[in-house]
Write a protein that binds this ligand. Structure first.
Ligand code: 6GU
Length: 236
């Protein structure tokens, strides 16, 4: 898989080297490339030089903040988006990013993350690449606001790349982890069996594997009921 990240803050993605992603890159399962959006802002839409390398402008219709220019984004995306590539636009106004979407994106040949500031990229950019036959997704991490798409793109990159077959050492840990089965993960314990007066639940020391599995499933349900009832099917 190839992942392209387009941003006005390319330094942001230097952490790609030190995260888990480093292993996948060594194994050549994923190739990441970071592009500076301002490299595509050397000329204005009319072809004249832009010494300021402007990437945004005031919104039509008025209002607060600035909107990122479609001509600059168009040049950048034209340069990196390949046939079959998925264009992902992180946005607090997008649909929710889920484990199911991460698993879906893990099978794509290319992901291009267009990281804009939170006021957004001119809406015609998404429209244009969808009309050109690309899969275009505007995706949000959750119900809170970040300054820009970079942190969100990084989170999505990590969620997707760890699902690429061959990336994780232990495939079973993917099957068992939170959200894979729609429930939160059960609590985990290791030695010592007593720590600062807190004991590990007896059942885990019993050696009864079937009962341990049953207990863990009950813990998953209990946790999900109290912490994330929205994940459970409606009662009745
Ligand atoms: Cl994808 N972008 C921004 N700017 N804020 C967010 C987000 C994305 N997801 C949650 N908050």
């Amino acid at each position: 898989m190839r992942i392209d990240l387009i941003t006005i803050f390319p330094e942001f993605f230097s952490v790609l080297d030190v995260s888990l992603l480093g292993k996948a890159r060594q194994a050549e399962l994923v190739q990441t490339r970071v592009h500076d959006l301002r490299d595509y802002a050397a000329f204005k839409a009319d072809g004249s030089p832009d010494v300021h390398r402007t990437v945004d402008d005031a919104p039509f219709g008025g209002g607060a903040g600035m909107v990122m220019k479609p001509d600059v984004w168009g040049k950048a995306i034209d340069d990196v988006l390949e046939p079959g590539g998925v264009l992902v636009i992180p946005s607090p106004a997008g649909t929710l990013f889920t484990q199911a979407l991460a698993a879906d994106l893990a099978t794509a040949p290319q992901l291009v993350f267009a990281c804009g500031r939170y006021e957004g990229i001119d809406a015609r950019v998404a429209e244009h690449y969808a009309a050109a036959g690309h899969r275009v997704l505007e995706v949000s991490l959750g119900d809170y606001v970040l300054n820009g798409g970079e942190v969100a793109a990084f989170a999505m990159t990590e969620a997707v790349t760890r699902l690429i077959p061959g990336f994780m050492g232990n495939a079973q840990s993917i099957v068992e982890e939170s959200h894979a089965d729609g429930l939160l993960e059960y609590p985990s314990y290791t030695r010592p069996a007593t720590w600062r007066g807190h004991d590990v639940p007896d059942i885990l020391l019993s050696g009864h594997h079937a009962r341990i599995e049953e207990w863990r499933h009950e813990q998953q349900l209990q946790r999900t009921r109290t912490r994330r009832p929205d994940l459970l099917p409606p009662e009745g």
